[in-house]
Write a protein that binds this ligand. Sequence first.
Ligand code: OGA
Ligand code: NI
Length: 360
Amino acid sequence: MSYSLNGWPESVVPVQSISNSGITEIPAKYIKPPTKRPSLESLETKVDIDLCIPVIDISPLIGGSDNTDEVTHAISHACKEWGFFQVVHHGVTPDLVQKMKDVWREFFYSPIDAKKIYANNPTTYEGYGSRVGVDKEAILDWGDYFFLYLLPESTKNLDMWPKLPPNLREITEKYGEEVMKLCKVLIKAISKSLSLDESYMLKAFGGDDIAGTLRVNYYPKCPQPELTLGLSPHSDPGVITVLLADEHVKGCQVKIGDSWVDIKPINGAFIVNIGDQIQVISNAIYKSVEHRVVANAQSERFSFALFCNPRGDMMIGSAPELVDPLSQPLYNPITFDEYRVYVRTRGPLGKLQVESLKAA
Ligand code: OGA
Ligand code: NI
């Protein structure tokens, strides 16, 4: 199979326009094969089991407390057992979070012509889009998004950020700065939790040039949520992801064993998850975990995924400190620029991408 990154294989239709047209049956392009459907009934029973990802109060990390052992331990446990956790007392103000939600809702609610100016392509993904991957045969996901580059400065292209509403750029920049600051605090703590020097990972991922991108996800109402997904199973390719999710509308699910477990976002919290680069650098002591988004017939949903990524040309392999001296590192080193071509061409594919790095 050959892939091209020059353009989309067919014209891109925003899911929002399909949803707004009032159809009662979704187009065939969105209907997943039976084994990949979300089986909504079984999810209800899972809720009874009430598995919850850990919630961690990180105020000692934010306040610069001398006593961070307990938080570091909680992070270590969450990374080992779940790959996902929620953080509270993270220092990003509720006001900024609310403004972020407001400006982006306004953008997605604006007329299609105002959004189409930012239509993206599969080379950079920057802009307004509705598909990931360029395989023409792919069954599509029920969601639209806006993707942009925040940091380092050299990657930021404000022309591709929506001009309207007028305060969107300023608020998004501020949000990006604050959440990237939080990412650095978390990456230091994760480093420490593996008994590495606290700056070990930040350095390995590019130091001051560590990258940040933002994906604003919009999942319109779906008349047949049992047949499709808002976002197919995947692990995040980068270092860590900080997700701001609607606390009223569930949707994101994490794969624990063979079950899909709902994340119930807490008001004011961020959901944090480990990306593939931490799985690689930690030699799989911590693993990125598959997650997906289910569609919803009653409510639309927005989410904001800030991906903290390595600088594109940093070669990332397992930290020698974490590899048993009697064995080989589990993964072959690769740069992030090379790594991300995989998902950009093939679309979300569970954990196949990180597994492709396994040393023979
Ligand atoms: C993502 C993601 C989850 C969500 O954008 O990578 O996993 O709830 N999003 O939108
Ligand atoms: Ni994700």
